[in-house]
Design a protein around this ligand. Structure first.
Ligand SMILES: NC(=O)c1ccc[n+]([C@@H]2O[C@H](COP(=O)([O-])OP(=O)(O)OC[C@H]3O[C@@H](n4cnc5c(N)ncnc54)[C@H](OP(=O)(O)O)[C@@H]3O)[C@@H](O)[C@H]2O)c1
Length: 218
């Protein structure tokens, strides 16, 4: 049985990733701040993880001792920060969760990643500099651009270990983050993300893709 760990697994895209992986026969570890009833109903193992809390991050290697075949850094936060109101707390929060979070989780679980394992980072095309045609959203855009860079470095640093890394945009998805607006539901987004991870190889490691398969510009 392959084993997968998914962060931000209590709702939205993360919950659907857990549901799909569970139905595929994976042993799934859901890393969450608080388990939702929907997550609990799936009966998967739950570990506590708050990406703003050093204690839960430090405890991760002891909480997760089994070898991992798949690590999906999905947890993220979107807070609107415009030029007229540069709320430093909100800028820092998004950097901590969206950029430092996936890096810290991957580093903490590095020893658990088997040769052939894959790491997915759910980023956003809002972190693409080439694709930024409308501005604003400072904390979110900057934090996702930063995690894109982290993912690229991880692809280099984990290559020797035989671990491939993908940076993945899920599409515009109807979740709490978007207030229920979007082009696709969380299940379709999760399906697309898993298809990209299925297709990921050591040769393509370090790429940036939309869940629908198109390659995205940095
Ligand atoms: N929805 C979209 O259109 C869209 C587009 C591009 C990229 N994305 C990315 O897709 C990922 C999933 O987003 P979503 O749409 O499913 O959003 P969501 O429904 O708002 O879910 C966000 C998840 O992240 C978790 N999270 C937030 N802050 C956390 C923290 N400090 N520590 C640990 N977990 C934390 C949340 O847990 P709590 O329930 O505890 O808050 C929740 O499980 C994010 O990385 C997001 O940036 C989404």
């Amino acid at each position: 049985m392959p084993t997968a760990l998914v962060t931000g697994a209590n709702r939205g895209i993360g919950l659907e990733l857990v549901r799909l992986l569970h139905s595929r026969g994976y042993t799934v570890i859901a890393a969450v701040r608080t388990a939702s009833p929907a997550l609990r109903a799936l009966g998967v193992r739950v570990v506590t993880l708050d990406l703003t809390n050093d204690e839960t991050l430090d405890a991760l290697p002891e909480a997760v001792t089994e070898p991992l075949d798949l690590l999906i850094n999905n947890a993220g936060v979107l807070r609107s920060v415009g030029l007229d109101d540069l709320d430093l707390d909100l800028l820092r929060l998004q950097y901590e969760v969206n950029a430092l979070g996936p890096l810290r989780v991957t580093a903490a679980l590095r020893e658990r990643l088997q040769p052939g394992a894959k790491v997915g980072i759910v980023t956003s095309r809002m972190g693409s500099i080439a694709d930024n045609t409308s501005g604003s959203h400072y904390g979110y855009r900057m934090s996702k651009a930063a995690v894109n860079m982290a993912g690229k470095s991880l692809a280099h640093d984990l290559r020797e270990q035989g671990v491939a890394v993908a940076l993945l945009h899920p599409g515009w998805v109807r979740t709490g983050m978007t207030g229920g607006t979007g082009h696709v539901g969380p299940e379709e987004a999760a399906r697309g993300l898993l298809a990209r991870l299925d297709a990921l190889t050591m040769e393509t490691s370090g790429g940036f893709w939309h869940a629908d398969g198109q390659s995205l510009p940095w």
